[in-house]
Design a binder for this molecule. Structure first.
Ligand code: 6PG
Length: 233
C-alpha cells in the first residue's frame, strides 16, 4: 500500500498516493491501537486533532466495530470560540464522529476553550494530570510546521501540560494546546501530513530543523503518514 517506508529514530515515515490512502492507513493504526489497549488495560485513551486530514479519519471510524464504551477521548488543541462555533475542533469531531458512534458522554473530554485560554488551560491540565500516558496521540501539521496549537517561535512554560496560546498565526488567535511534554506522554504517536503546501515544512523537518511538530515523541511507536504531495514524491 505505501510507496516508501523507512524507519529511524524519529519514526516510521510512510508515503501514500493520496489523502484517502493516508486516512485509511491512519484508521487501521487507530483500530489496532484501540484493540491492544483495551485487551491489556480495558481502556483506550486517544487524543484527537483538528484539521482536514484527521476529519477524513473520523468519517472512516464511523461504522467500525469498536468497543466504543471503552474509549476515552481527549483533544490536542482547541480554539477559543463559543461552544457551538463551527470552527471549534470539538464541533467538527462531534458532527463527524460522536453523533454517530457510542462513545459515552462522560468519556468525551473536550477542552473548555469557551472559558478563555488561561482558564481553559488550567482546567484541562487538572483533568489530564492523572490520565497520562495516553495510548495514542493523533496530530496534523500546518504549513509552518505547527502541530496542535504549538506554533514556531511561541515560547511557553515547558513544565505545563496545557498552554494558553495567544497571537496564533492561524485564526483564531486565541487557542489552548496540549504542551510538547504532554503530547509526548503517549505509547503511540500518529502524525498525518497531506497537501503540497506542507512540503517545505516536511523538508525542513527531515533536515533536522527545530519545528514544533518535530519535537513530539512517543514511548513506543511514531508513525508519520504523508501523501505524495506533502512528501514531494
Ligand atoms: C487546528 C489544528 C492544527 C491542524 C493543522 C493541520 O486546530 O488548527 O489542530 O494543528 O491539525 O493546522 O491542519 P490541516 O490538516 O487542515 O492542514
Amino acid at each position: 500500500m505505501s510507496a516508501m517506508l523507512h524507519e529511524d529514530n524519529v519514526g516510521n515515515w510512510q508515503v501514500f498516493p493520496d489523502t484517502e490512502a493516508v486516512a485509511n492507513a491512519a484508521l487501521h493504526l487507530i483500530l489496532q491501537a484501540a484493540e491492544q489497549a483495551i485487551a491489556s488495560e480495558g481502556i483506550f485513551r486517544i487524543v484527537l486533532a483538528g484539521g482536514t486530514t484527521p476529519e477524513k479519519v473520523y468519517r472512516l471510524l464511523v461504522g467500525q466495530a469498536c468497543d466504543w464504551q471503552r474509549w476515552q477521548l481527549y483533544l490536542g488543541d482547541e480554539r477559543c470560540l463559543a461552544q457551538d462555533d463551527p470552527e471549534r475542533n470539538s464541533v467538527m469531531i462531534r458532527q463527524c464522529l460522536l453523533d454517530k458512534v457510542g462513545i459515552l458522554p462522560e468519556n468525551i473530554h473536550f477542552i473548555p476553550a469557551e472559558l478563555g485560554a488561561e482558564a481553559a488551560a488550567a482546567t484541562y491540565a487538572a483533568q489530564l494530570a492523572d490520565k497520562l500516558p495516553f495510548h495514542l496521540v493523533m496530530l496534523g501539521m500546518g504549513e509552518d510546521g505547527h502541530t496542535a496549537s504549538l506554533f514556531p517561535g511561541h515560547v511557553h512554560n515547558q513544565q505545563e501540560l496545557v498552554h494558553a496560546v495567544h497571537n496564533a498565526p492561524k485564526p483564531p488567535p486565541e487557542r489552548v494546546s496540549l504542551s510538547q511534554c504532554c503530547l509526548s506522554q503517549t505509547q503511540r504517536l500518529l502524525i498525518l501530513v497531506t497537501g503540497v503546501g506542507k512540503h517545505d515544512a516536511v523538508k525542513q523537518w527531515q533536515a533536522g530543523h527545530d519545528l514544533p511538530v518535530a519535537r513530539i515523541t512517543s514511548y513506543r511507536q511514531t508513525d508519520i503518514l504523508l501523501d505524495k504531495a506533502a512528501a514531494g514524491a
